[in-house]
Write a protein that binds this ligand. Structure first.
Ligand SMILES: O=C(O)[C@H](O)COP(=O)(O)O
Ligand SMILES: [Mn+2]
Ligand SMILES: [Mn+2]
Length: 513
């Protein structure tokens, strides 16, 4: 297929790069970023919506990497899993779900237990504690005799030091529903590891499946011994009045995973189900998940996924335009699977380059992460004439932002600024435009008031808009100003227009140029 001429470019996602007031806790504003500052002055720049309804989240919900990259790729807002779960609750569809009703009635009939496994916070990135309310009400309505809550503590999408408060909220929800009791408490660093390091996952499986592990007489006590914060609360088993461990999984029980986001809970789900199926003490359980997961095990989901086809990946393939996808491990899925619409089909027109991540990372000590090697790969790809589009993610601002360490995040931002200059020079030498965009906010707000009103370190995301800068495109293609107001849904139409192609028919976003 001969490819019509095109204007080659680079789509560069600066993860967690939000735009907020230049206050003391804005690590991006505090960072020395002469390159990004100059680009924003010299080239057309705007700030687009990357949170809430603009990207398919519930109103007022902070953005996240998955929906951010999915919408950047789709060229239209996509109803995210959290919104579809909430709709299932509000419409009563979840309450009437045949598979859930049949499973819960079976537990009541056979005197078996339901186990709810999920993140206990209202961070709305991976889960929402309020979904527990509906599930416990439904379990109570089916008179399930025992409902065990295996709570995962957060401290990453919400302020650290809030785990006890969320566990108290879970207990209040259970009391109101007349069903549910916390059986285990595990920090998300263990329970939601996605690096493949089963050293973190095993103790969580042991606590949930077998009641093995350190013990505590109540949930609050489980959170007090947390020198490394809520994220790293050791998987702990709560004990009952007679000091016996609560909530071990028995043959015939059901396990329902309550996170609506798959990427971090899938490692635990697969490990737990493998252990129950083929561990030293095999048990048969019914497994369900609130939303669809990308697990090895096939786990029936109570809520489906929105269609995300017809995006940039399909359009590039249709036009025969080669793209090279580059990121380090932490964000590799985002520039491949998620930006392609949660589609892992390998297209002839795509090359994927994953730069190895750190094992057992301490990003506050190494805020540069593996940015040098990522930048090398982008510079090399930009020099290749047959590559129409380089799509890369620089992870530092978000990943270091999640540590809640403002100083390290300032340095991560400064390393990113230097990397952008290397990429800009390589793009200019290759006659490429560069579109810089954030996928959601994070580092522009590194502190948040706690329940006591005092500011606490905050490593989570924001609802702030994200910058878009279109750099060194052929003059003829660049207006003085970009179209406003814009959202992340406008990125794919803009990229296709800059390439010299029309936006895809499935794209409701519009070009910003
Ligand atoms: O999973 C994480 O690291 C955070 O909870 C969400 O961050 P992300 O949406 O940027 O991946
Ligand atoms: Mn992100
Ligand atoms: Mn993040």
């Amino acid at each position: 297929m001969t490819t019509a001429p095109y204007n080659p470019g680079v789509l560069l996602v600066l993860d967690g790069w939000g735009h907020g007031p230049a206050t003391e806790d804005n690590a991006i504003a505090r960072a020395h970023t002469p390159v990004l500052d100059a680009l924003a002055t010299k080239y057309p720049t705007t700030y687009v919506d990357a949170s809430g309804e603009a990207v398919g989240l519930l109103p007022g919900t902070v953005g996240n990497s998955e929906i951010g990259h999915m919408v950047i790729g789709a060229g239209r807002p996509l109803e995210y899993d959290s919104l579809l779960v909430q709709r299932g609750i509000d419409s009563g569809a979840l309450r009437e779900h045949p598979l859930l009703s049949e499973t819960l009635s079976g537990l009541a009939r056979e005197d078996r237990a339901l186990h709810l496994v999920g993140l206990a916070s209202d961070g709305q990135i991976h889960a929402h504690i309020e979904h527990l309310r509906e599930l416990l009400d439904i379990a109570a309505a089916h008179q399930v005799p025992r409902v065990w809550i295996h709570a995962i503590t957060d401290g990453r999408d919400v302020a650290d030091g809030t785990a006890a408060e969320y566990l108290r909220r879970a207990e209040a929800i259970a009391a109101a529903a007349g069903a549910g009791r916390i059986a285990t408490v595990s920090g998300r660093g263990y329970a939601l590891d996605k690096s493949g390091d089963l050293g973190f996952t095993r103790p969580v499986t042991a606590a949930i499946a077998d009641g093995d592990g350190p013990r505590a007489s109540n949930a609050e006590a489980a959170t007090t011994n947390a020198p490394r914060g809520d994220v790293w609360i050791e998987p702990t088993v709560l004990t009952g009045e007679d000091d016996t461990p609560l909530g071990a999984i028995a043959d015939g029980d059901a396990v329902l995973f309550t996170n609506f986001r798959s990427d971090r809970i899938q490692q635990l789900a697969d490990h737990l189900l493998d252990h129950l199926r083929s561990g030293p003490h095999p048990r048969h359980v019914t497994a369900l998940s609130l939303a669809e997961y990308d697990t090895r095990a096939s786990i029936p989901a109570l809520v489906g996924r929105a269609d995300a086809s017809g995006g940039l990946a399909d359009e590039l393939e249709g036009h025969g335009l080669r793209s090279v996808r580059i990121a380090e491990k932490e964000k590799f899925e985002h520039v491949t699977y998620y930006i392609n619409g949660r589609d892992d089909r390998r297209r002839e027109t795509e090359e994927h380059i994953q730069v190895a991540g750190d094992t057992a990372p301490d990003y506050t000590a190494r805020p540069e992460m593996n940015l040098g090697r990522v930048t090398d790969a982008v510079v090399n790809a930009a020099a290749r004439d047959e590559v129409a589009l380089v799509i890369a993610n620089l992870a530092n601002i978000d990943v270091v932002g999640h540590t809640g360490d403002a100083e390290a995040t300032v340095r991560a931002t400064e390393f990113t600024d230097q990397a952008v200059e290397r990429i800009r020079v390589a793009a200019e030498a290759a006659g490429r435009w560069v579109l810089l965009v954030g996928d959601h906010g994070n580092a522009e707000q590194m502190a948040k008031a706690g329940p006591d009103g005092k500011p606490r370190p905050y490593g989570g995301h924001t609802t702030n808009p994200v910058p878009v800068i279109v750099v060194s495109a052929p003059e003829s293609m660049l207006p003085d100003r970009l179209v406003e107001p814009g959202t992340l849904a406008d990125i794919a139409p803009t990229v296709l227009t800059l390439l010299g192609r029309t936006p895809g028919p499935a794209m409701t976003g519009r070009s910003l140029t």
